[in-house]
Design a protein around this ligand. Structure first.
Ligand code: AMP
Ligand code: FE
Ligand code: FE
Ligand code: ZN
Length: 315
């Protein structure tokens, strides 16, 4: 039987609605063998998820979805979500960037709430009530407050009718994408571009992807509900040409989005490559299975990275 791995999910330590432990139990119930927790800009849910995974007997991959931006051909900075797996959660540079993003997100949520409240009566307290202590704040929490106040039926409805209005748009701090890719690699992690085909009002071009490869990108999330099928085909071809790992995932957010656990999966071979890259501690230089085997034969796996991975597993 083939391993069923879902490598992109959110808990209530960012904009998901289930606790990390509930999420892992739901993952096991959905027939998954491996689940990654990839909350926005935080690793706060790792220990709870890891303990729950050990309890229910499924594999756990620690991850994070980093808010980044990259310049387009006009010099505008477009948002790019970067998934990172197995990096050192205590890496100083990565921690500093994530903390900066979280702080800025909190300020931005306050500013957006004020703008939205001018048209739809909600208070900052109502938004705060949507956010678990220590969680990364995002627009979905404002969406949740709009639902609680009766202005929308659910979070997607709040996005579709209210939050997409550019008048309410406020940007938060986000690391440059290529910089973030390099930071993840330096922290021993595996950087994967999330849902590059998601039509959220901007386009991630092949030129951008090439720059990400140069920065040390390890993989692309191809199988994701927001990547249209023709885009998936192009991404798959790009990944093959650049020897990148192809992943597939649900981007589960609990009741905050319709995405269901396991609706897209990552191939066992791709999962192996992610594990091997993490073990090597140098994801950016060990992208191909062939390289990996050669390095394995040469005994080049970095023991420190392995120890770190084991430490995470047994948090
Ligand atoms: P933020 O990171 O605060 O800018 O908010 C972006 C997040 O909002 C994404 O990660 C999604 O979880 C969520 N989101 C974006 N569009 C929608 C939508 N149409 N319905 C529900 N959630 C959405
Ligand atoms: Fe999200
Ligand atoms: Fe995302
Ligand atoms: Zn996500």
């Amino acid at each position: 039987m083939s391993v069923r791995a879902d490598l992109h999910t959110h808990s209530n330590l960012s904009d998901g609605t289930t606790s990390p432990s509930q999420l892992v139990h739901a993952a096991a119930a959905a027939g998954l063998d491996v689940v990654a927790l990839t909350d926005h800009d935080t690793t706060a849910g790792w220990s709870e998820a890891s303990a729950a995974a050990a309890e229910v007997g499924i594999g756990f991959v620690p991850g994070m979805e980093i808010s980044t931006r990259t310049p387009d051909q006009y010099g505008d900075r477009v948002p790019v979500h970067l998934l990172a797996y197995w990096f050192d959660p205590d890496d100083a540079a990565l921690c500093a960037e994530a903390e900066r993003a979280r702080r800025s997100r909190a300020e931005r949520a306050r500013a957006m709430t004020e703008l939205v409240a001018a048209d739809y009566l909600i208070t900052w307290e109502q938004v705060r009530a949507q956010v678990r202590d220590g969680a990364t704040v995002g627009r979905p929490h404002i969406a949740g407050a709009l639902v609680a106040a009766g202005h929308a039926t659910d979070r997607p409805d709040a996005f579709a009718r209210i939050l997409r209005d550019p008048r309410y748009r406020v940007h938060h701090y986000a690391t440059d994408t290529a910089t973030a890719i390099a930071l993840v690699g330096a922290a021993g992690g595996v950087p994967v571009i999330a849902h590059p085909g998601a039509g959220r009002g901007y386009t991630i071009t092949e030129t951008m992807l090439r720059a990400f490869v140069d920065a040390g990108l390890a993989g692309i999330e191809v199988d994701h509900r927001e990547n249209p099928p023709p885009v998936r085909a192009r991404l798959r071809a790009f990944a093959a040409a650049h020897d990148l790992i192809v992943t597939g995932s649900s981007d589960y957010h609990g009741t905050g989005k319709p995405n269901r656990l396991g609706e897209h999966l990552t191939d066992p071979g791709a999962l192996d490559r992610i594990t091997a890259a993490a073990l090597s501690g140098r994801a950016s230089v060990v992208r191909s299975g062939r390289d990996r085997q050669a390095r394995h034969r040469q005994g080049e796996y970095v023991p420190a990275a392995r120890a770190r991975r084991d430490a995470v597993r047994h948090l």
